[in-house]
Design a protein around this ligand. Structure first.
Ligand code: WT7
Length: 634
């Protein structure tokens, strides 16, 4: 192994035990080979670790860039790799998913049992006429049926569109409308902090606004009375008991490049974008990154504490762990219910070996002090991870010290809904620096550049760019290929680089430090929200004529939302109205989007062409120099 290089800053070196068992013991070696022959690298991985109905002709087709294609000509289905193939081996009898509900109920599904449920639900969907290429919207809490519904769609070649259960009426309606789904799978409610989140009620309101939905399937979770519409609505358990719900169902043979799912994410302007991922590349990218970065072994119990409604859950609760034949743990509720040690109790009870969560959750639990984790045996843990926003070094060190007991490396993974899989991330054998996502995953080339694309000097801020394609990359924005090109590939069109929309620094050791978004995306507790969505929710209230929102730094949540509203004639700004507007945004988009403060103003700074200058509002709010306002409206 290469000698320990002298590195700059606060560096944590891996222990020899960690290096000895790592899938990637020497990053430099693997990375340089992968960079030298990217297609060869991924071609070998794809051939050795997955089952294909038919092999590919070309690993990577760049002829129509940025519409890249991977494993062209191959036939595959990700569900064949996640479930079908495991039925022939001992993995069949292993726990695929261990679930604990917030009230304390426990369910364990073996690979055989999960396959059984997925086949049954796939048969139900088929009997309802759902076919390859159709879209199915899924709006549920964090329960196994959410994964079952996703896998059933994928099995029959339908695209799922999961809408996070924390979203509300208008957000759900907008996503149903854009995808033109005919079927919605939902549940009566979800448990959160001892309360019921009334998902079916919200779903009913959203479907009332949407013309496309013909059928609603409802899982019974919380058991309260809900309104079921005759002809349109069916209970999941009734359908699963029908003879058509066959425990044996054929898996649709798909092209590697056929769509697997769409997932909406917030962008710079206008409505959310439907990010499209495919069966072949996404499978290879997500499974390989999980295996290498979190060093997955057969005996692990992997807990990705995200929600399946986000890309993190799609890739690393559902698909990648199952493709690897691993055991995935899922918890329904809040980390602090009934007490701030609920998570630590779960780690001890299930012997979780790897925990993957977000900085905001770590900061939230850190607030309660280390006496809570200290009451539990956390010795089963061997690796930790974080994702969603930059982690402040204090939170990193707390996590490392009090949760990982200075034994467990922390994998800070930078990636996006669009990238599908980890992009900038350590592997366990690599020296770590708190607050840095370290280096690109093997084969990937990233850099920090200026407007023209020149690399900026070490430790200076610039635009993060990705210079090479990767298998799990988004293929397009569903229904809007022009927006795909403009949004991600137009800034550095000549060079052909992907623009993630983040600013970053690179240090002397080549380590990347993500700073934050450079566009009108606000990260609140790691959730991605667009200013445009929140503003349009505000102006949908009768009192509001115009609105602008900005993100303001917050110690716990990373950012909070501050709203500026111009009222219509006849309305007076008041504390009561401010509360009403916050609740209105909560009702339309979801509690995560509620502005923390609402300020009533008589004008908003605008450019001559009428665009709101949020940068000016932000500088004013932070007491900073407003900068160049020469384009400001007179
Ligand atoms: C944005 C993508 C991908 C899973 C969850 C987020 C920020 C993500 C990190 C990290 C610093 C991060 C970026 C990125 N982000 N991970 N480890 N360090 N920032 O997915 O909702 O699509 O958001 O999250 O700003 O662009 P997403």
């Amino acid at each position: 192994m290469s000698e320990k290089k002298q590195m700059v800053g606060d560096v944590y070196y891996p222990t020899p035990e960690v290096v000895a068992q790592a899938h990637v013991p020497d990053y430099e070696k693997v990375n340089s080979a992968a960079v030298a022959d990217l297609a060869g690298f991924w071609g070998r991985i794809a051939a050795e670790n997955f089952e294909w109905y038919e092999p590919w002709e070309t690993v990577l087709d760049e002829s129509n860039a940025p519409f890249y294609k991977w494993f062209v000509g191959a036939k595959v289905n990700i569900v064949h790799n996640a479930l079908d193939r495991h039925q022939r081996t001992a993995v069949r009898n292993k726990a695929a998913m261990i679930f604990e509900g917030e009230p304390g109920d426990v369910r364990v599904l073996t690979y055989q049992q999960l396959n059984h449920q997925v086949c049954k639900f796939a048969s139900v969907l088929r009997s309802m006429g759902v076919r390859k290429g159709d879209r199915v919207t899924i709006y549920m809490g964090r329960i196994p049926e959410l994964a079952i519904a996703m896998l059933a769609c994928a099995k029959i070649g339908a695209m799922h569109s999961v809408v996070y259960g924390g979203f509300s009426t208008e957000a759900l309606h907008e996503r149903i409308e854009d995808s033109q789904s005919r079927v919605l799978v939902t549940c009566d409610g979800a448990w959160l902090r001892g309360q019921i989140v009334e998902l079916k009620k919200i779903a009913n309101e959203a479907v009332d606004r949407s013309a496309s939905i013909e059928t609603v399937i409802c899982v019974k979770r919380t058991g309260q009375e809900v309104e079921m519409v005759a002809e349109r609505d069916h209970w999941y358990h009734d359908l699963m008991n029908l003879p058509i719900a066959s425990p044996k169902a054929a898996t649709e043979v798909m092209d590697a490049e056929d769509p697997l799912f769409i997932l909406y994410t917030s962008g710079t302007t206008g409505k959310p974008k439907a990010i499209l991922h495919t069966h072949g590349g996404y499978m290879v990218g997500t499974a390989t990154t999980l295996k290498w970065v979190f060093d997955i072994k057969p005996e692990d119990i992997w807990w990705c504490a995200a929600d399946p409604g986000w890309i993190t859950g799609h890739s690393y609760i559902v698909y990648a762990p199952l493709v690897l034949g691993a055991t995935s743990f899922m918890y329904e509720g809040a980390p602090t219910y009934p007490n701030p040690d609920r998570w630590w109790q779960l780690v001890a009870r299930y012997g979780i070996t790897i925990l993957y969560t977000a900085p905001t959750a770590i900061r939230g639990l850190m607030r309660f002090g280390e006496s809570w984790p200290e009451q539990h045996d956390l010795s089963s843990l061997r690796l930790l991870g974080t994702v969603g926003e930059p982690i402040n070094p204090e939170a990193w060190r707390w996590y490392y010290r009090y949760i990982g007991k200075e034994r467990c490396p922390v994998m800070d993974t930078w990636w996006q809904t669009e990238t599908g899989s980890f992009m900038i991330t350590p592997v366990p054998s690599m020296p770590l620096k708190p607050g840095s996502a370290t280096r690109p995953f093997p084969g990937l080339q990233v850099d920090v550049v200026d407007e023209e694309g020149n690399p900026v000097p070490p430790n200076e801020e610039g635009y993060l760019v990705v210079k090479t394609p990767w298998p799990a990359m988004l293929r397009t924005i569903y229904g809007d290929p022009d927006r795909y090109v403009n949004q991600y590939w137009s800034r550095y069109e000549e060079q052909g680089w992907y623009l993630p929309g983040d600013s970053a620094k690179k240090d002397e050791d080549g380590y990347i430090w993500i700073i934050g978004r450079i566009d009108d995306v606000i990260k609140v507790s790691g959730y991605r929200l667009g200013t445009a969505e929140v503003e349009s929710a505000l102006v949908s209230h009768p009192a509001v004529a115009e609105a602008a929102v900005i993100g303001v730094p917050d110690e716990l949540k990373g950012n909070i939302i501050k709203a500026f509203c111009i009222l219509r004639q006849g309305y007076q700004g008041s504390e009561k109205l401010a509360k009403e507007l916050k609740d209105h945004v909560g009702h339309e988009i979801g509690p995560i989007a509620k502005p923390a403060t609402v300020e009533f103003v008589s004008t908003l700074p605008k450019t001559r062409s009428g665009k709101i200058m949020r940068r000016v509002l932000k500088a004013q709010a932070l007491g900073q120099d407003v900068g160049d306002v020469s384009t400001l409206e007179a």
